[in-house]
Write a protein that binds this ligand. Sequence first.
Ligand SMILES: Cc1cc2nc3c(=O)[nH]c(=O)nc-3n(C[C@H](O)[C@H](O)[C@H](O)COP(=O)(O)O)c2cc1C
Length: 193
Amino acid sequence: MKKVVVILGGGRTNGNTAQLVEAFMKGAAEAGHQAELVSLNKLNVNGCIGCNACRYGKPCVQKDDFHLLIPKIKTADLIVFASPLYFWTISSKIKAFIERFYCIAEKDENPPLGRYEKYPIHDCALLMTSADNFFWTFEQAVSYYNFTLINYIGFHDKGMLLAGGCGDTNGKPQISKTIHLKEAYDFGKRIYE
Ligand SMILES: Cc1cc2nc3c(=O)[nH]c(=O)nc-3n(C[C@H](O)[C@H](O)[C@H](O)COP(=O)(O)O)c2cc1C
């Protein structure tokens, strides 16, 4: 049994991304994992302001909801980042959440090349939805995921599900007409096989 925390970074209530997350969590739960949803729509998590107080032993000066998430981040086996594609990359809510990892970094006496500090290391995965479905649609989001979460922070990649062609936000969510909900269920179910 693994502890799975899904960070839903925006999107509509019952929208494509929320449905993708629900299918993933159903699969994970059926495989025996404990899956918890954190919706950033319901919380106030600001981006880092770069004051560097945390670099001088002080807690983060921002009194928003990030502190509620720190224990969840630290105890999770798997953190799933879920986002609609906004302007060809992850949503600002997910980006703000990731920026705040700055205040939970610890000093690393022996950092690997290009990394300056130690982060709580877990497994991670990416779930995304979009309107378009070209081969380049998720390029920037995938690049950010690989560069920041895997290479820099050091998460262990458990894979990604990039659900293109879900319809634009001008109409009803179309994801139920695609294969992506089944893919998400299978992804959740098999993630630790
Ligand atoms: C602000 C905004 C920006 C968007 N940018 C893109 C984009 O760059 N590429 C794309 O294919 N779809 C884009 N979309 C469409 C959404 O990614 C797509 O409809 C998504 O599935 C919506 O998720 P939701 O139903 O969970 O809200 C955008 C939608 C919004 C509201």
